[in-house]
Structures are given as structure tokens and as C-alpha cells.
Ligand binder design. Structure first.
Ligand code: KG4
Ligand code: ZN
Length: 347
């Protein structure tokens, strides 16, 4: 079955076509993504109204490119899947209306998809040997949670952030260090470069280990400690590259440490011994390295499927369509939508 997926929940416009074979094999036929980073950089974060307009402009362009690249016509597609939530309402509406138009014009099934379910299942796009059940750590700019993934649609929440997401902690710290939005990847790159300096470090900064006893995640205490640490050295940062790299290293270490600590707890309390890490922050090399030391099979999406993409949305759409659940979530867009409230695909 061929499914076209559309993603516009935040600042990436993405369209993809995937093929789901009867034996479960997944093939990505074509995928396109247009990032709006340059547009929002000047404002230090995503401006929802600008993002919506950009989606409106990009959708028809990406749509005609994807059909050209795949050499397919709309009538050959079996279903249209689109992110319905969670996300920015105006942004979601752009993709949702575009997808609805395609579905009506070609008389194809329309499937509303939960963005987090997309992230949870994204590692399946690139890892054919990943099997249910597994524990999933979803770490992105807006979400940080660990779930037990028993099968498609059957997600049990184990831990969720009560305030900021891990990606936000990376981005806000990066902003304090002087990086443009979204600074997470740049902070990570600088942190990794610190290993080159490590022998000569003189600071050995220590950040508090937060939320060790609590069930969920929290990054607000850490954020305050990071901002105090950076402020203390504010005047030296731009003059001393080693100091800046060491601060980045310390920040990355403490964010990753809190993620891996909770993952380790989740593993200890569960019979499931396979983990998957997904969402934008799963692109982080240090997180990948530390999680791989946990002694269990650990899966990640390919780099282009860590961040927001449409192949993961098309994949969820294909699963829902094959389970005859295309009509489940077609009642408009929704900005908050907990993934554990979804229905399973099988009884
Ligand atoms: O999944 P995503 O594209 O969007 C959301 O759904 O939020 O995640 C974007 C987030 C941003 O906060 C970005 O800074 C972070 O992922 N990110 C990283 C890295 N690459 C992306 N954070 C740390 N290290 C990275 N290498
Ligand atoms: Zn996302």
C-alpha cells in the first residue's frame, strides 16, 4: 500500500510517500522537507503566524516535487495521512486542510496522525529488526517522555517532563552561550569538541543532578543552574574558547545524564529489554553513545528521521489504514493530544 504523509506541526514542512508491503516491509519512495530555521532565527524561536504562512507557501511546491520524484500520480496513492496534533494549531491547520483537499479531490482515505506516535514509530523506518515491545524515549523540542510501546497504538506512559523538554533545555542553554535558534545541535558540536581540550581543563564545572527520586523528568531546576553558571562566566565566554567548550560539555553531559538515568530506571522496572530513542535530540551523538552503554539493544532513527519528517507520519497512516482505522482521528486539529490515549490497531 502507498501512503502520502504530510507534516506541518511546527517549523518543518514535510511530505513523503512510503510503501508498506503485506509482509510489513517498509520502503520510502520519496521524501521532502523544508526547514524554516532561517525564517525564525531572527526572533530566537518559532513565530507561529509566520510558520503557518510558510507552510501554506511550501506545501504545493513540495507536493508537486514529491510526485515528480516518485513518478507517481495521486490516483495511485492509497491514503493521505497528516499530522493532526499535537503542535501549533495554525501550522497543523495548513497541513490538515491541504491533506483534506487531496483526499476529497481524489476520493482517497484521510488519516489524522498523532505526531508523537510518528516519532515513536520512526525508528521502524530504518531498523527492520526492531520488534515490539520496546521502551521508547521521545526527546524533542516540545516533548520528553518514556513509554512502553507494546504494539502500534498501545503506549503506556512511564515518565514525562513536568516542565521543559530536553530539546528546550539544549536550545535555551545554547541561547545563553550566544548561539542562534535552534542552538541545540551547535551546543552539542561545541561540547563534543571539548574532548580535544580535556587534558588542560581547569574548571571541572558541576551541575546539580535533578529529579533523581521523582517519576517524571524536569529541566527547570537544571535550566536555572545552567543560567547561573553561564552568567558567572559571562564576561570570559567570548574571550576563552576552551571555557565556552567546557560549559557546553558540562551542559550536554548533565542533560544527557538525566535522560539516561531515567532510561536506566525504566529498564530496571520493566521486563522489556529493548530501547529506542527518537525525536530531534536523538540526533545527539553523546546521548547515542551513553544509551548504547546500557547493555541492551538500542535503536535510533537515521539522522533525517530524528527531526520532524513526513515519512514517520505516512508510516503511522499506513498502519492505521491497514488496520481499517483511517477514520479514527479526523475530527479537526488538536494542539494537545497525549499519545497514551490512542487506540491500538489490533484487539
Ligand atoms: O523533533 P524535532 O525536530 O521537533 C519537535 O518536535 O520539537 O526536535 C527539535 C529539537 C530542537 O530542540 C533541537 O535543538 C534538538 O531537537 N536537537 C538537538 C540535536 N539535534 C536537534 N539537541 C541536541 N543535540 C543535537 N545534536
Ligand atoms: Zn517532533
Amino acid at each position: 500500500m502507498l501512503v502520502l504523509g504530510i507534516e506541518t506541526s511546527c517549523d518543518e514542512t514535510a511530505i513523503a510517500i512510503i510503501k508498506l508491503e503485506n509482509d510489513g516491509k517498509i520502503q520510502i519512495i520519496a521524501e521532502e522537507v523544508s526547514s524554516q530555521i532561517d525564517l525564525h532565527k531572527a526572533y530566537g524561536g518559532v513565530v507561529p503566524e509566520l510558520a503557518s504562512r510558510e507552510h501554506l507557501k511550501n506545501l504545493p511546491l513540495l507536493y508537486s516535487k514529491i510526485l515528480t520524484d516518485s513518478k507517481l500520480e495521486l490516483r495511485e496513492i492509497d491514503g493521505i495521512a497528516v499530522t493532526r496534533g499535537p503542535g501549533l494549531k495554525g501550522c497543523l491547520l495548513m497541513g490538515y486542510s491541504f491533506a483534506k483537499g487531496l483526499s476529497i479531490s481524489a476520493d482517497k482515505p484521510f488519516i489524522g496522525v498523532n505526531h508523537i506516535e510518528g516519532h515513536i514509530l520512526a525508528p521502524l523506518l530504518d531498523n527492520p529488526d526492531l520488534k515490539f515491545p520496546f521502551l521508547s524515549l521521545v526527546v524533542s523540542g516540545g516533548h520528553t517522555e518514556i513509554l512502553e510501546v507494546n504494539q502500534i497504538g498501545d503506549y503506556k506512559l512511564i515518565a514525562r517532563t513536568i516542565d521543559d523538554a530536553a530539546g528546550e533545555a539544549f536550545d535555551k542553554s545554547a541561547h545563553l552561550l550566544g548561539f542562534e535558534y535552534p542552538g541545540g545541535p551547535k551546543l552539542a558540536e561545541l561540547a563534543d569538541s571539548f574532548l580535544n581540550y580535556k587534558q588542560s581543563t581547569k574548571y571541572n564545572f558541576v551541575l546539580p543532578k535533578v529529579m533523581r527520586e521523582a517519576e517524571g523528568f524536569s529541566f527547570s531546576g537544571l535550566k536555572t543552574a545552567i543560567s547561573q553558571l553561564i552568567n558567572k562566566h559571562k564576561n570570559e565566554i567570548d574571550l576563552n574558547p576552551m571555557l565556552k567548550a567546557e560549559l557546553a560539555y558540562t551542559i550536554q553531559h548533565s542533560i544527557v545524564d538525566s535522560l539516561v538515568f531515567k532510561l536506566k530506571n525504566a529498564l530496571q522496572n520493566s521486563k522489556i529489554k529493548t530501547i529506542s530513542i527518537t525525536g530531534g535530540v536523538s540526533a545527539n551523538k553523546y546521548l547515542r553513545a551513553e544509551a548504547s552503554k546500557l547493555g541492551v539493544n538500542c535503536y535510533f532513527p537515521n539522522m533525517n528521521h530524528c527531526i520532524d519528517n513526513a515519512a514517520m507520519i505516512a508510516l503511522v497512516g499506513a498502519y492505521r489504514l491497514s488496520a481499517k482505522q483511517a477514520d479514527l482521528y479526523t475530527n479537526g486539529v488538536i494542539s494537545r493530544w497525549p499519545v497514551e490515549s490512542l487506540q491500538k490497531t489490533a484487539a
